[in-house]
Write a protein that binds this ligand. Structure first.
Ligand code: AMP
Ligand code: TRP
Length: 333
């Protein structure tokens, strides 16, 4: 085994909407790359998703679908632990314990809470407010070294670090202090209709995003309709945010730099460029899509995979939880 694989990475995505190519190119593809250097815990964070009201049937379906997407994208369930958050009760228990060490002031400063609570209006749940503490529990239970996330989650990982340091200072070495791991290239895929905003699964206009499981026809149509400009050259420039986004997408798939892509498309128009971006996406997603279908159809494989994973995750998480309980002064059962 690669010695580096003694180090641990942990991450999760909420099953609160269907996964987009932003999730795929910005998160999952990086996770796949990291698994050769790190032992990985990746989970479908269903307990985070319910901080906003979910339809029960859709939540169940999406949780399994997202787990299938992790596996189909190349995360190996035999070499890593790919699990469903609610299958490991230690997350909820550790989250309560950590709640008692986290300050209201710290949670009030979280920008994602400010954004989401504004949208939720009057019905902001306490869960939405304390969600970063649950995320800290996720991370700290596994002695995590690195947390691969997008920029928007950096503040939450910093809170996990602060809580780990605070607890260690009070009770002696208990937690590994995790680092955020923000990948640079191809990391931020933008909205196809409004390329100043991040592509997101929670946007109402379907022309704005592409889902990992979208058909070739839909992909072609969405790329065709993607907003560009009337400059007419394929360049990675601030004044061409739409084209830059498409360059980013193509670069993330082909591993080419934007400079090389600019060269390849010197003197070539947007129509051809868009056709190539769509084709590259279709080819990239095709094997993932057919694997997802196979995996979801094989119920016993799915069940065995998430049960085995939960068993491994429970073992590690419970060990850390007991350590916390002991140090705090709870009687171990
Ligand atoms: P979310 O869908 O916002 O819960 O994010 C789940 C993971 O996917 C996080 O690591 C995000 O940073 C990443 N992600 C989501 N949308 C994008 C995007 N448009 N571009 C790049 N990464 C993204
Ligand atoms: N809060 C993260 C998001 O919305 C998801 C998440 C939950 C997560 N627990 C985590 C990410 C632990 C990394 C590590 O994207």
């Amino acid at each position: 085994m690669n010695k580096e694989r003694e180090k641990i990475s942990f991450s999760g995505i909420q099953p609160s909407g269907d996964l987009t190519i932003g999730n795929y190119l910005g998160a999952i593809k990086n996770w796949v790359g990291l698994q050769k250097d790190f032992y990985a815990y990746y989970c479908v964070v269903d307990l985070h998703a319910i901080t906003i009201r979910q339809d029960p049937k859709e939540l169940r379906e999406r949780t399994l679908k997202n787990l299938a997407i992790y596996i189909a994208s190349g995360l190996d369930p035999d070499k890593n632990t790919l699990f469903i958050q609610s299958h490991v009760p230690a997350h909820s228990e550790a989250s309560w314990l950590l709640n008692c060490y986290c300050y209201i002031g710290e949670l009030s400063r979280m920008t994602q809470y400010k954004d989401k609570s504004q949208k939720a209006g009057e019905s902001v749940s306490a869960g939405l407010f304390t969600y970063p503490v649950l995320m800290a529990a996720d991370i700290l239970l596994y002695d995590t070294n690195v947390v691969p996330v997008g920029n928007d989650q950096k503040q939450h990982v910093e809170l996990a670090r602060d809580l780990a340091i605070r607890f260690n200072n009070l009770y002696g070495q208990t937690f590994v202090v995790p680092e955020p791991y923000i990948a640079d290239s191809g990391a931020r895929i933008m909205d196809l209709q409004n390329p100043d905003k991040k592509m997101s699964k929670s946007i109402d206009n379907p022309n704005a995003y592409i889902l990992i499981l979208d058909s070739p026809d839909v992909i072609k149509r969405r790329i065709n309709r993607a907003v560009t400009d009337d400059i007419g050259v394929v360049r990675f420039l601030d004044k061409q945010p739409g084209i830059s986004n498409l360059i980013n997408i193509l670069g993330a798939i082909t591993n080419k730099s934007y400079k090389d892509i600019e060269k390849d498309y010197d003197g070539i128009g947007y129509a051809q460029f868009k056709e190539d971006v769509a084709q590259a996406l279709i080819e990239e997603l095709k094997p993932v899509q057919s694997r997802v279908k196979e995996i979801l159809a094989d119920k016993s494989y799915m069940e065995k995979t998430y049960k085995d994973s939960a068993e491994r995750a429970n073992y590690v998480a419970n060990k850390t939880l007991r350590k916390m309980q002991k140090k705090i002064g709870l009687i171990i059962r």
